[in-house]
Write a protein that binds this ligand. Structure first.
Ligand SMILES: [Zn+2]
Length: 368
């Protein structure tokens, strides 16, 4: 947008200088008088003047000049749409695109065209890594989800019910990752579009967390449906509260980076209560072996590490300008989210296998 504005300004300046010189030469008033048709002599003089080769250009009406400037502007915008733009430094970005001042260069300029935004996926800039980490992650979970849903029913105790429960995890992961890569793609479109997609992006994180709880609670409290149901309702209420907060405009601002990380880490950490309940009921050994608590713990470590890097903007904080394109905090956070989601899936599929091996029966004292 800034190069566009510059081009528009230079056109209007040249138009102004043209009118200015016409006015100073007295050509425009003479023409105006001639058009009024007050004097034959003036008309004759005017006709002679119009024959002059310069007059065709210099005598351009303001309307024609404006049309000419518009054509130039359209041509420039078209070039922008065709992807002929250059990355720009952080300090010339408009305020709504200024998010991380440790990334000094390599930013996309504002591009008010969805086509240009989507074409920019294949260019190198500060968002390239953010887009591809979650675009590839989204395709990975989509394929894994389809594969899982088509697994033979004989591998499950209650195939229909279990596929819906595990399907909730895949739905949460796919929504989260697709909202994320879409947001990073169209982030530079305009302030309004960026605002709408950032709200979807934050809501997607809440969907991933809620979707992750469903199969874990289902298998971990398989034989205790009542606490399972209560924990499910609590996480849904907390998730909806996080989605509601993320609809506020202030939530997306750079000053609230820490608050955002805190809200989602808090939502994830609400799993501490059912985890402790599970460990107390099953005992530490059963919880860490059959209960897959080790994988759950690793998932929490990956998510929390990602959130801390994101909130503290590490490593670019220590190397401003050195991580503009690769390995900045947001990219690392994205990779850790995909890794955390996969670790969770691994733990849940182990729980599912345990349930299949154990059959549908329940011991008298135990949640699993
Ligand atoms: Zn992101």
């Amino acid at each position: 947008m800034s190069p566009g504005t510059a081009s528009g300004t230079s056109d209007s300046r040249s138009s102004e200088s043209c009118s200015g010189s016409n006015t100073r030469n007295g050509t425009v008033p003479a023409r105006r008088t001639a058009h009024n048709g007050d004097s034959k002599e003036r008309k004759e003089g005017e006709e002679e003047e119009e024959k002059s080769p310069d007059e065709g250009f210099m005598g351009m009406t303001p309307l024609l000049q404006a049309h000419h400037a518009m054509e130039k502007m359209e041509e420039f915008v078209h070039k922008m749409w065709e992807g002929r733009w250059r990355v720009i430094p952080h300090d010339v970005l408009p305020d709504w695109l200024k998010d991380n001042d440790f990334l000094l260069h390599g930013h996309r300029p504002p591009m008010p065209s969805f086509r240009a935004c989507f074409k920019s996926i294949f260019r190198i800039h500060t968002e390239t890594g953010n887009i591809w980490t979650h675009l590839l992650g989204c395709l990975f979970f989509l394929c894994l989800g389809i594969f899982y849903m088509f697994r033979p029913n004989m591998s499950f105790v209650a195939p229909f019910q279990e596929k819906i429960v595990i399907g909730m995890f895949f739905l949460g992961a796919i929504l989260c990752l697709s909202f994320s890569w879409l947001f990073h793609t169209v982030y530079c479109h305009s302030e309004g579009v960026s605002r709408v997609f950032s709200k979807l992006d934050y809501s997607g994180i809440a969907f991933l967390i809620m979707g992750s709880f469903v199969p874990w609670l289902y298998y971990s409290f398989y034989c205790s449906p009542q606490p399972c149901f209560i924990y499910l309702i609590v996480v849904c209420v907390l998730g909806l509260a996080a989605i509601t907060v993320s609809q506020c405009d202030f939530f997306a601002t750079p000053q609230y980076r820490g608050v955002r990380a805190g809200v989602f880490v808090g939502l994830g950490l609400s799993g501490v209560v059912p985890s402790l309940h599970f460990v107390i009921t099953e005992g530490f050994l059963r919880a860490t072996t059959m209960g897959q608590m080790g994988w759950l713990f690793l998932m929490a470590v990956l998510y929390i590490t990602g959130a801390c890097l994101y909130a503290a903007r590490i490593p670019e904080r220590f190397f401003p300008g050195k991580c503009d394109i690769w390995f900045h905090s947001h990219q690392l956070f994205h990779i850790l989210v995909v890794a955390g989601a996969f670790v969770h899936f691994h733990g849940v599929s182990n729980l599912q296998e345990f349930r299949y091996t154990a059959g549908g029966g329940c011991a008298e004292d135990g949640a699993l």
